[in-house]
Design a binder for this molecule. Structure first.
Ligand SMILES: C[S@@+](CC[C@H](N)C(=O)[O-])C[C@H]1O[C@@H](n2cnc3c(N)ncnc32)[C@H](O)[C@@H]1O
Length: 217
């Protein structure tokens, strides 16, 4: 069978990340990228239009957070874990997490109805029973979710304050940031503890990326 467009670049990126996915999961990632491209004009999901850029800036960038997420989930043990992706937009990184972690129930919340509807449509078209799009303000959601994630969403203090009601015992926040956010870290509420700042290496991108792991103190 011949490879699909961008499949070789995606597989090379996965290899660099040390991420082993089934052919079905690789296919889902490519299908997801195709759906973003197909619906971008209607849903205004991202300003990135070029497929190669989309692969690097969105897909591989989100995939870089998957091994750390998988390690965290493994440390929790047990099944039935839940993740809330806040301000998910077109589903980044939530949809990528749902594809790569089929045992994880992923809810992608966004205030914009058409973005939440798009994620819901991805769940139906890719037959992902562990994914759903939620149209709401995160401030109005309650949990508990085991992991509350965000990427390109808000400052760290706003993120943890607005999503506080989604947290439960043992829950953690996973905030993807471009570079070390020193000022935002200093402005965190006193009852939030940063327990790990994890550097990420995104294949093909010469940029700084990190995950700020936090929990209620
Ligand atoms: C810059 S986009 C980032 C989208 C996606 N996470 C990504 O990395 O491409 C931020 C998103 O947050 C959503 N948003 C803003 N305030 C929100 C809130 N209070 N609750 C839920 N979503 C919100 C916006 O509608 C927008 O889609």
């Amino acid at each position: 069978m011949s490879a699909r467009p961008h499949e070789a670049a995606l597989r090379a990126g996965l290899n660099t990340l040390g991420l082993t996915l089934s052919d079905g999961q690789v296919g889902h990632l490519l299908d997801y990228m195709a759906l973003i491209q197909k619906w971008n004009k209607v849903y205004n999901l991202t300003s990135v239009r070029d497929p190669a850029e989309m692969l690097n800036l969105h897909l591989l960038d989100s995939l870089a957070a998957v091994p750390p997420l998988q390690r965290h989930l493994a440390s929790l043990g047990g099944a039935g874990r839940r993740l809330l992706d806040v301000g998910s937009g077109g589903g980044l990184p939530g949809v990528v997490f749902a594809i790569c972690c089929p045992e994880l129930a992923v809810s992608c919340v966004d205030t914009v109805a058409k973005k939440a509807a798009f994620v819901q449509q991805v769940a139906v078209e890719l037959k992902l029973p562990n994914l759903r799009g939620v149209h709401a303000r995160v401030e109005n959601l309650t949990g508990p979710f085991d992991v509350v994630s965000c990427r390109a969403f808000a400052s760290l203090p706003d993120f943890v304050t607005w999503s506080r009601a989604a947290m439960g015992e043992g829950s953690v926040w996973l905030a993807m940031k471009a570079k070390h956010p020193a000022e935002e870290l200093a402005a965190l509420p006193a009852d939030v503890a940063v327990f790990h700042v994890e550097q990420l290496q995104v294949p093909t991108l010469e940029v700084e990326r990190c995950i700020i792991w936090m929990k209620p103190a």
